[in-house]
Design a binder for this molecule. Structure first.
Ligand code: ADP
Ligand code: MG
Length: 341
């Protein structure tokens, strides 16, 4: 592209909230076959809310009949067996076991207090949601005396009550805790598109806490437009397989195209294997975790409100945090290139 044409492209797109790092990116944006989205914070808002607190003895009701009156035992289950609450949202965090105005049952309060105390050392959005959820419910929290992040799996912290684990099944197993007693609860929450986390104290399971997120309004339309234009659309997430698929399903993404439980350090490898057959990928992401994948992809696209590391690693930044602007960026690239050809 001539400098002039490139400048025209950049100006137009900057006005539309799409910022390109360099002119060559306009050329690179052609010949793309695959568009890969990070899930949390990219397809979803990333504004996690605590929705469920379920102690180990409790069972979730899976079907209608029982309204969630029975405080401390159910969530916002659907009467048709757990279908999505609506087309484009992950269930709203309104039916949790522990309503904000509920007085929590003792063991649930204890479970939430342990989880929130342990998570108070973490900056992770999942942790923030648990800490905020505890505060909203008036549940007391203590500072951990020791804290360790286990990337992609959860956290470990020391409280006055003992050592606490909050995280996925692998975190539990790796520390000698069998997650079997909470498997049904976790699976149910995950089918609802929620991120369920196990909580253990001194090697004993206390229960499960879950967070929900909302899908960005334009995500579904963007996915279907990309698909209609012949792009393969994929999701890359560190989250659980079931949660990833539940969100993918709401967006019309084939379960086979949802790559879940991808560790932060493996996201770039996933992109490389997607591109191994010569196809070219755009990766769209927001997190620190996504930065290496944004670099590995043919074109890296960062969400504007994402982390600085993601923006630095990307070729393009979507200033309005709107996944629909991916389409706009691709169109502007096309238009700019054809002008100089
Ligand atoms: P994502 O790609 O969705 O940002 P991460 O790689 O950060 O996911 O985390 C993957 C999984 O590890 C989460 O879905 C969760 O189960 C667990 N996890 C990570 N951080 C935490 C945390 N602070 N507390 C509890 N669980 C966590
Ligand atoms: Mg993310």
């Amino acid at each position: 592209a001539t400098p002039m044409a490139t400048m025209v492209g950049s100006t137009i797109s900057a006005k539309n909230g799409v910022l390109y790092k360099g002119g060559d990116i306009l050329e690179k944006a052609r010949g793309i076959d695959v568009v890969v989205f990070d899930k949390t914070g990219t397809l979803t808002h990333g504004d996690m809310r605590l929705t469920d607190v379920v102690t180990v003895g409790e069972t979730l009701e899976t079907d209608g009949g029982e309204p969630s009156e029975a405080r401390g035992s159910t969530s916002d289950r659907e009467s048709d067996g757990g279908a999505p609450a609506s087309e484009d949202t992950v269930p709203e965090p309104d039916g949790g076991v522990l309503e904000v105005d509920d007085e929590p049952a003792l063991d649930e309060e204890f479970l939430l207090s342990v989880a929130a105390s342990a998570e108070s050392g973490s900056e992770h959005p999942l942790a923030r949601a648990i800490v905020d959820g505890a505060a909203e419910r008036g549940v007391g929290v203590e500072e951990p005396t020791a804290f360790e992040n286990v990337p992609g799996h959860g956290i470990r912290a020391t409280l006055s009550a003992g050592e606490v684990l909050v995280g996925n099944r692998k975190l539990m197993r790796d520390h000698g805790v069998d997650p079997a007693p909470i498997e049904a609860t976790m699976a149910q929450l995950e089918r609802e598109g929620k991120t369920a986390m196990a909580v253990a104290l001194e090697g004993e399971l206390l229960g499960v806490v879950a967070n929900a997120d909302t899908v960005r309004e334009s995500a579904k339309e963007t996915v279907s437009q990309l698909q209609a234009r012949g792009y393969e659309v994929m999701v890359l997430t560190g989250d659980n397989e079931r949660t990833g698929r539940a969100v993918g399903e709401r967006l019309g993404i084939d379960p086979a195209n949802v790559h879940a439980e991808v560790l932060p350090e493996d996201k770039a490898d996933e992109i490389e294997s997607i591109q191994a057959d010569g196809s070219r990928a755009i990766m769209v992401g927001d997190g620190v975790n996504d930065a290496p994948a944004l670099t590995s992809a043919h074109v890296g696209v960062a969400i504007g409100s994402g982390t600085d590391v993601a923006i630095e690693s990307a070729d393009v930044t979507l200033m309005r945090d709107d996944p629909a602007d991916v389409l706009k960026a691709m169109r502007v690239a096309d238009a700019t290139i054809s002008k100089v050809r």
